[in-house]
Write a protein that binds this ligand. Sequence first.
Ligand SMILES: Cc1cc2nc3c(=O)[nH]c(=O)nc-3n(C[C@H](O)[C@H](O)[C@H](O)COP(=O)(O)OP(=O)(O)OC[C@H]3O[C@@H](n4cnc5c(N)ncnc54)[C@H](O)[C@@H]3O)c2cc1C
Length: 414
Amino acid sequence: MKALVLGCGVIGVTTAYELVKAGLDVSVIDREAEPAQFTSFANAGLVTPAHAYAWANPSVPMIMLKSLIRNDTSVRFKPSFDPAQWRWSLAFLRQCTQRRAMENTNRKSKLCLYSLACLRETVAETDVKYDQKKTGLLYNYRSAKKFDAAMKKADILRAHGIRLEALTPDEMVAKDPALASAKDQMAGSLFAPDDESGDACMFTQGLAEVCRSKGVKFQFNTTIKGVETEGDKVVAVRTDRGNFSADIYVICLGIYSPHIAAELGLKIPIYPVKGYSMTLAVNNPDLSPNRGGVDEDNLLAYCPMGNRLRVTATAEISGYSNTYKPHNFAHMTRVIKSLFPGAGDFEQAKYWAGLRPMTPQGTPYFGPAKHSNIWLNTGHGHMGWTMASASARITRDLILQKKPEIDLAGFLLT
Ligand SMILES: Cc1cc2nc3c(=O)[nH]c(=O)nc-3n(C[C@H](O)[C@H](O)[C@H](O)COP(=O)(O)OP(=O)(O)OC[C@H]3O[C@@H](n4cnc5c(N)ncnc54)[C@H](O)[C@@H]3O)c2cc1C
């Protein structure tokens, strides 16, 4: 059976890997020149079931409102004339009730935990290198009120078997001595010993090489323009380099999935949520973090990747532009310097902005689309690196008409 995977980010490549292992004849199309050049390029690198909380929760509407007059909130709403932005934002706000936040967190937790297990299997099978760290992650809290709330909220994740240990600031420094100068700023930390980290772009490129060695064909520099259908089947994908045909197709186009799916009469509620990322060369490893973590009060993530430090922050609902300006990094630079003053070479920082393919619920969509031979694996939002391996496995199972390992209620486009 010939399969055509649309999109060569972390989701497309993990999907190709699962399908070629299952014996399919797989090709992948992307408009970039190599794998993981769009949203999967420079994310925070955290593989983090212990951060599976739904972004849509009761505190977010007020933060979004404040963001209309302030520029330092973690979630920012920048209104435009794009009706899709307003439709998506209203759908997102509808998910901000306590009940929905709980349901979405439960679903995400199950998928993230399953995905960590699948990722570990993939790494054991392929030995792909990606500056992986299996030393757990630290979630650090400056405000005592937030820390108390987080300790209570952690029970939701613990109920799924996700381990989270409360640490005093001294214990936090014992886990990561580079946080010593930040000790007095912190009320406490939650330590997730099973969470991991690594460079998603390196992983995707390494896994693409494994795929290639197993016979997967990659068609780069090729822009998908639309799809051709006959009856209830997709018969070809139209591109600027001609038509490509297969027996089955999988949509893994991140923020652009809705555009292609619209041609099939499908409305997928995915909208870009922008984040900023900088990568520093580490000069002195003793002054830079020894494991990844999050400054929870500023929603700033940091992650050691070999001799580099990746730092990311901000969730901006501002449309499809992934441009950035120096001032976009001012707040996050202040915050990371307050945690690790000697973290790395700030003068030579590499800057980037990426667009998270967010659904209002924060969970992706799987499963058959309207036509009988096209499948969705898209909408992984702020946790696509964490959820990729299980999402690919689930997609493979659905295509092969096997029962997936987890219940898919809430993951299918109804
Ligand atoms: C700042 C930031 C920090 C993040 N941190 C983390 C983290 O710590 N942990 C975590 O789990 N996740 C994190 N994420 C989320 C994660 O990066 C994404 O969920 C994930 O990369 C999405 O992967 P994807 O393959 O769906 O999308 P993409 O990587 O965008 O892949 C889609 C591909 O489709 C291609 N494409 C699109 N349209 C077309 C077309 N018409 N023709 C041809 N090709 C096309 C694109 O070129 C692209 O290569 C973060 C994201 C950001 C922005």
